[in-house]
Design a protein. Sequence first.
Length: 296
Amino acid sequence: MRAKPKTARPIDHLVLPVSEIAAARQRLTMLGFTVAADAHHPFGTENCCVFLADGSYLEPLGIANREDCEAAARAGNVFVGRDQAFRFRRGAEGFSGIAMASEDARGDDARYRAEGLSGGGMLEFSRDMQLPDGSSATGSFRLAFAADVRSPDFFFFASQRLVALPSDRKALERHPNGAVALSEVVLSEQNPTDFQYLLQTAADEREVEAHSFGMSVDTPRGRISVLNFAGMQGFYGIEPKSTDRGLKGEAVVFRVEDLGRCRRHLEDNAIEYVERGGRLLVPAAPGQGALFVFGD
């Protein structure tokens, strides 16, 4: 009897630290995204999410109450602790983590520990969300963290929805720029394969595509790529610091329904972009955190 082939974990969402939630909302709206209402975590952070039709989402993450965040970090809250460390080392804007969808975060935590890649203790919490019709709902989550001590500026975590938020988010998933799915997430590292085991463990996928510019793992909801400095410069015009080791979040690639429609929206809103290889590259800006790429 043959074992059933295993499927990699899909990307659940991306964590994008921002200095101000209001600035993130303004920037993302100008880029052509529909932005959900502000939501608060019970440990002092806040977000204004962008939901995509493929089930993934962006989480611009701000500080609602600094004292609560600092207390949570001191108490061992890994999510807040990683965010505090990122802001200390990299500044208040950026791309700090990838959440992978999970149906068993406890099992993921055990797996991370067995691989020597645990990022710390698990976290359970609930938060409210305001829906487009004015009603509200509460979601509950369990998180397990995967990290490599050599890479302090980026982490992965498994996100299990214990009490899911309403699945009918169609109004929030329609975007004026035509974005419909997360196509690729791009990280950088001088020697990408130094972090192969972390990537494989986070995605729960042993199959890695290695190439001269780095490595990639395909998931059911977007590809995760780690590119070396030549790859970052050649594909995206980004020149990372040659002495800065560890994974760094660099770019988010979106699939759009109509590139011309997306181009017109950016131009109508005076958004700076570069067109390269049939894709539109929008440089990182306050409230955006990373290079955004619109195309396929």
